[in-house]
Design a protein around this ligand. Structure first.
Ligand code: ATP
Ligand code: MG
Length: 530
């Protein structure tokens, strides 16, 4: 049997996984039965990007709101009719928690009667087989997949199939959804589904679509990975004008949109996770008049997306202004400014910046300046024992990076001059040996002839020339062992491998002490022999 918990754990992003655990903990504490459902399950099994987390509880999810917020979730919207709570979980994870319910359609095209139900009943009112699965997150059955319509088989067959013959009549927004999924996954409609689809289209069932379904479908466009492809498919089927009568593919800024998606991928590759949805909406509606845009926004259920879309231009302009001011006078300051900016704004600015200086700074931030990180003088730092084991290492490495960005630390000498004050003091000498009988002579005989305890300074230690003064002490008297931090693989200190050379030994460290420590053992040995 497939291990769906394992599949879920490896397919979700770390933040999504934390989100699942967060909701699971809150639901458990409240004694509510929880399932991961809908597109999340479909995408986990099929291998497509998991865009959001759809949860279903048996009971009223609004009862969980306070505890969810206490655990770090943000409630950003609510659908009163079906008791669905829209959330943003930590790490910008989109989620919704719905109440398991039935929908009873008394008259085609009229809103259904909603009644709380079990998860099994709830799955029966879903749109397509591939979306009608639920994964238990409950103690005792965690990992159990409920798949009453064999959605897994349709995922394998790559087919979009309705659950019953009246699906499109009952809720015509499923026509739009079918087109959207077909365009997104490049999966065809199953044969009978296609027949029902064609007949529904011919009979203009779409005229009965509810306002809330329109709002939901408008918002879904913002999260498509290839929105232009979906817009074109919707337009071809006549659904785009259902979402708004003036919306056509010609109203889309296609260049902006494709640039946006490319830059987004570039940022993802660099480890950022910008949410492109506000910018996607901006470009999808770029040539629509403000009034039409307001109409679209009014219908969307998630107000967080509406606000982010409304504000993106102004916020990006503010950032652009800061990028031309004193705050970004040098590459290092620009780096700091952009590092603290929201990735969404950087993404938007990367595509829309008109001023050359701004565009170049954003471009450098995403490309050229990153390569400077590779010039951090690691050998020199290791030589000076400035290693990741030092608590202040991250700050030193960051300061070095900032200086490099600004074109400083150009020579070896400059680098050492900067780094030297941060070098940790040499390790303390080992404790003096216990004086016992014969120790003195044994110590004397053990002292290396190449390491006389003269107390004289070596050339390097005396500081002959600037370079010599900056040269690190390469051979301390004993091997240095720095306890590694848990989980950090300690680099062997360079000094461990070098034999003690008299010329580089610091004058204040008496030579041969570590040899002398061995004396009693040797003494014992020789006694035995005798
Ligand atoms: P996406 O990847 O676009 O989020 P999704 O299938 O998760 O795809 P949502 O709009 O997030 O789509 O809806 C979540 C789930 O709710 C769906 O998978 C489906 O089970 C159910 N659902 C949504 N809209 C409808 C509808 N109009 N009719 C029946 N079920 C629906
Ligand atoms: Mg979804």
């Amino acid at each position: 049997m497939a291990d769906y918990i394992y599949t879920m754990e490896i397919r979700l992003t770390p933040d999504q996984l934390k989100g699942v655990n967060l909701v699971q903990d809150v639901a458990r504490a409240a004694g509510m039965t929880l399932y991961l459902t809908g597109g999340a399950i479909r995408d986990i099994i099929s291998g497509f990007t998991i865009r959001d987390l759809d949860f279903t509880v048996q009971g009223n999810p609004l009862k969980l709101q306070k505890e969810l917020e206490r655990a770090g979730a943000q409630a950003v919207g609510l659908d009163e009719d079906v008791r669905t709570l829209f959330l943003v979980l930590p790490g910008n994870v989109r989620a919704e928690i719905g109440m398991a319910h039935t929908e009873h359609y008394e008259k085609a095209g009229k809103p259904p009667l909603i009644a709380p139900a079990s998860i099994q009943e709830d799955l029966r009112r879903r749109d397509f087989t591939v979306n009608a699965m639920a994964l238990s997150l409950n103690e005792g059955s965690r990992g159990l997949l409920l798949d009453p319509f064999n959605g897994v088989a349709d995922i394998e067959a790559k087919l979009i199939r309705i659950l019953h013959n009246y699906s499109f009549v009952e809720d015509p927004s499923r026509l739009i959804r079918a087109t959207r999924f077909a365009a997104r996954f490049h999966w065809p409609l199953e044969e009978r589904t296609q027949q029902r689809y064609d007949s529904a289209k011919e009979n203009n069932y779409i005229d009965h679509i509810s306002r809330s379904a329109v709002g939901h479908e408008i918002a879904q466009m913002a999260h498509e990975d290839d929105p232009l492809n979906v817009v074109r498919a919707l337009e071809k089927e006549g659904w785009l004008k259902v979402l708004h009568s003036h919306w056509t593919a010609a109203k889309v800024d296609t260049n902006g949109l494709s640039q946006l998606m490319k830059t987004r991928q570039q940022m993802v590759d660099l480890g950022y996770a910008p949410d492109p949805s506000p910018a996607v909406m901006y470009f999808l509606t770029a040539h629509l008049p403000e009034k039409d845009i307001s109409d679209l926004r009014r219908q969307m259920p998630r107000k967080d997306l509406v606000e982010a879309w409304r504000d993106i231009e102004v916020r990006a302009k503010e950032l652009a202004k800061r990028l031309t001011g004193k705050e970004a006078a040098t590459p290092s300051r620009t780096w700091q400014l952009l590092s603290s900016a929201r990735p969404e704004l950087i993404l938007f600015l990367a595509v829309t910046a008109r001023q050359q200086a701004v565009a170049l700074k954003v471009k450098n931030f995403l490309t050229k300046w990153r390569q400077v990180q590779q010039r951090i003088p690691l050998p020199e730092m290791t030589e000076l024992l400035i290693t990741p084991q030092l608590p202040e290492y991250p700050k030193i490495a960051r300061d070095v990076f900032m200086l490099l960005l600004d074109g400083k630390l150009r020579s070896h000498t400059e680098t050492f001059k900067f780094l030297k004050p941060f070098a940790p003091p040499p390790p303390p000498p080992p404790p003096p040996p216990k004086r016992g009988r014969g120790t003195k002579s044994a110590a004397a005989s053990m002292a290396s002839p190449s390491a006389p305890a003269t107390g004289k300074k070596t050339d390097a230690a005396k500081g002959k020339g600037k370079a010599a003064a900056l040269a690190p002490t390469v051979a301390p008297p004993a091997p240095v062992k720095i306890a590694p931090k848990p989980g950090v693989k300690a680099k062997p200190a360079k000094v461990e491998h070098k034999p003690a050379k008299p010329v580089t030994r610091p004058a204040n460290k008496p030579a041969g002490k570590h040899h002398a420590r061995k004396t009693p053992a040797k003494k014992g040995k020789s006694k035995k022999k005798r």
